[in-house]
Design a binder for this molecule. Structure first.
Ligand code: ZN
Length: 299
């Protein structure tokens, strides 16, 4: 099953059909139009989505420019650093023994075609597979973890390397939370749609130059392992999202270093889900009072 956020309304996307079903209308109000609310009733919703009422409902056309994030207002956003061995190596870090976890504040989340504003000349790309939680996970065993996942989507963990890495204490969460730094979409795909949800091609390109190309099977900590690890510490709630880390090929690790520039387009994809196309524009520079420490930004 595939769902999407179409102009802030939850829709069911029909693959063998050009259209989508407006969930609130087709369910006569049983389910809210709010794309975030559905995750609190995910199991009930997935059952309804296979009902005749859903499948025979009137279709609406999907205008991709109106797509928003599949989970627009998660209560918690988890993100993982250094989760592919080649990316840890290019970042000058050892392969981690446990997952480095940070957050992207939810105001950074946008949709698959939304513009990202660049606050500096050292904004980097990080394509990532993103999992959305469908049922509360607390103390979940690895072998049970996929059952807590509502679906998978594509994400970009855009990263401003000076704010992220300036000493004395790196600010991963702030450096990755400028407005527009968390595009996700275009659709949410349930895990059963994949032959193997742990092994998907993933990549990104900047203005048609491929920068990252890998497979999610290269993750050091798989999605089940991450859910087990995090949920042993804090509950993961329905509608929360998990950025699972980026493969190698970031700009800060290139020689010479290469960062995003205004007028470029960032294209990100994951096999079986779709792609993000985010235009980049110059924006206001750093907020007043924030003086980045010159350094050597790298991923
Ligand atoms: Zn990342």
């Amino acid at each position: 099953m595939r769902t999407a956020n179409l102009d802030n309304r939850l829709v069911l996307v029909l693959v063998h059909d050009d259209g989508a079903v407006d969930v609130e209308k087709a369910s006569s109000g049983l389910f809210s139009a709010d794309p975030q609310a559905v995750f609190d009733r995910w199991q009930e919703f997935t059952a309804w989505a296979q009902s005749p009422a859903a499948l025979r409902a009137d279709r609406v056309l999907v205008d991709e420019s109106l797509l928003g994030p599949p989970a627009p207002r998660p209560r918690q956003v988890f993100a993982i650093g250094l989760n592919y061995a080649a990316h840890a190596a290019e970042s000058g870090a050892d392969k981690p023994a446990y997952p480095p976890v940070f957050t992207k504040f939810p105001t950074s989340l946008t949709g698959p075609c939304d513009t990202a504003t660049l606050p500096s000349a050292v904004v980097d790309w990080e394509v990532e597979l993103v999992a959305v939680i469908g049922t509360r996970a607390q103390g979940v065993r690895e072998e049970d973890a996929w059952r807590h996942v509502a679906g998978l989507t594509v994400g970009q963990d855009l990263s401003e390397r000076l704010v992220q890495l300036a000493p004395p204490s790196p600010q991963f969460s702030l450096g990755k939370s400028f407005p527009g730094f968390g595009p996700t979409g275009p659709v949410l795909v349930t895990p059963d749609e994949f032959d193997d949800p742990d092994d998907l091609a993933i990549g990104c390109a900047v203005s048609d130059e491929t920068m990252q190309e890998s497979r999610t099977s290269g993750m050091i900590f798989s999605i089940p392992r991450l859910i087990s690890w995090i949920s042993a510490i804090c509950p993961i709630l329905p509608g929360d999202i998990l950025f699972t880390g980026t493969p190698s090929g970031i700009g800060g690790a290139r020689n010479p270093r290469r960062f995003l520039a205004p007028t470029e387009e960032l294209h990100s994809w994951v096999e079986g889900i779709g792609s993000l196309r985010n235009p980049l524009v110059a924006g206001p520079t750093y907020p007043d009072g924030l003086v980045p420490v010159p350094g050597s930004p790298r991923g």
